[in-house]
Design a protein around this ligand. Structure first.
Ligand code: NDP
Length: 276
């Protein structure tokens, strides 16, 4: 089902609702910058924020949530466990630190940030414990390839609800997406607008044709592919632009034109090579 508005949510494999569109806050400075970005997003109708311990802005995100006056249950907050905290006890400790910084009783979605080499199964046991204890509404992973998911699920009690991976027109992730669909795992795109590298001719032409911006064309393409998006910006006008996706529809032919841009090109590291 394609999202109908900025707050519209996908129902995850455990029944939890996750808004299709969120604000990413990687490289957004803690303090005023992240506070403003979250405020602009909430004003534009976003109800979903994606942070991580690694981004060092959980305090600012938490403060912005508190100051917003929104009820906790109206918002969907994701954070992530950083690589050097993997392992059972260290995960429990790191989560408590994130929860304290965010100032929240619970987190909506907690992700293993990168698979790393050989600790993610142990880490997942701690995720399952935090989930059972009610501190997490949903548990998921990030940057997991098919082989990581197969390996994890061979022993997991809880199937990940989400896999957040690099995904955009130059890296369409079709095989991984199909695998995740088959297993009931929602795909979520990081760097959904290619970190702002949007000067592909086909995207610029489609933007003209639909009287939209290239960012809106790409974000709409994700939504029509049923992929959750978390575009990052610190600018109020762009945060609003990136949420203005619900009054046009790309034709099947134009969806295919964007699919055809795939080059398996990554702007970030390859998960099999990011091993620390
Ligand atoms: P994005 O694809 O969201 O691109 C962000 C960049 O694009 C920024 O430089 C921003 O600049 C610019 N931008 C934003 N909106 C527009 C627009 N409408 N037109 C043109 N340029 C625009 O990249 P990210 O890497 O930030 O990915 C999004 C989020 O995904 C992150 O913030 C983070 O939450 C998550 N992420 C997760 C990772 C993981 O390993 N799990 C890895 C990387 C990201 P400006 O701010 O100046 O507007």
């Amino acid at each position: 089902m394609v999202a109908k508005n900025i707050a519209d949510a996908v129902v995850l494999n455990n029944g939890v609702e996750m808004p299709w569109t969120g604000l990413g806050v990687y490289k957004t400075k803690d303090g005023e910058e992240v506070h403003n970005a979250v405020r602009y997003a909430l004003e534009a109708g976003y109800r979903h924020i994606d942070t991580a311990a690694f981004y060092e802005n959980e305090v600012g995100v938490g403060q912005a949530i508190k100051d917003s006056g929104y009820k906790r249950e109206e918002l969907f907050i994701t954070t992530k466990l950083w690589n050097n905290e993997q392992g059972y006890e260290s995960t429990l400790k790191a989560f408590e630190e994130s929860r304290r910084k965010l100032g929240l009783d619970y987190v909506d979605l907690y992700l293993i940030h990168w698979p790393g080499k050989d600790k993610y199964k142990e880490t997942w046991r701690a995720f399952e414990k935090l989930y059972e204890d009610g501190y997490l509404k949903a548990v998921g992973v990030s940057n997991f390839q098919i082989h990581h998911l197969e390996n994890l699920m061979a022993e997991a009690k809880v199937v990940p609800a989400v896999n957040q991976v690099e995904c955009h027109p130059l890296l369409t992730q079709k095989d991984l997406h199909q695998f995740c669909r088959d297993k009931g795992i929602q795909l979520e795109a990081w760097s959904p607008i290619m970190r702002g590298n949007l000067d592909e001719t086909a995207l610029v032409e489609l933007a003209k044709q639909y009287e939209r911006t290239p960012a809106q064309i790409v974000l709409r393409w994700h939504l029509q592919n049923e992929i959750v998006i978390i575009p990052k910006s610190v600018r109020q006008a762009r945060i609003a632009e990136n949420a203005n996706l619900f009054d046009f529809e790309l034709s099947a032919a134009d969806m295919a034109k964007i699919d055809a841009l795939n080059q398996n090109k990554r702007f970030g590291p390859h998960p099999d090579e990011f091993l620390f």
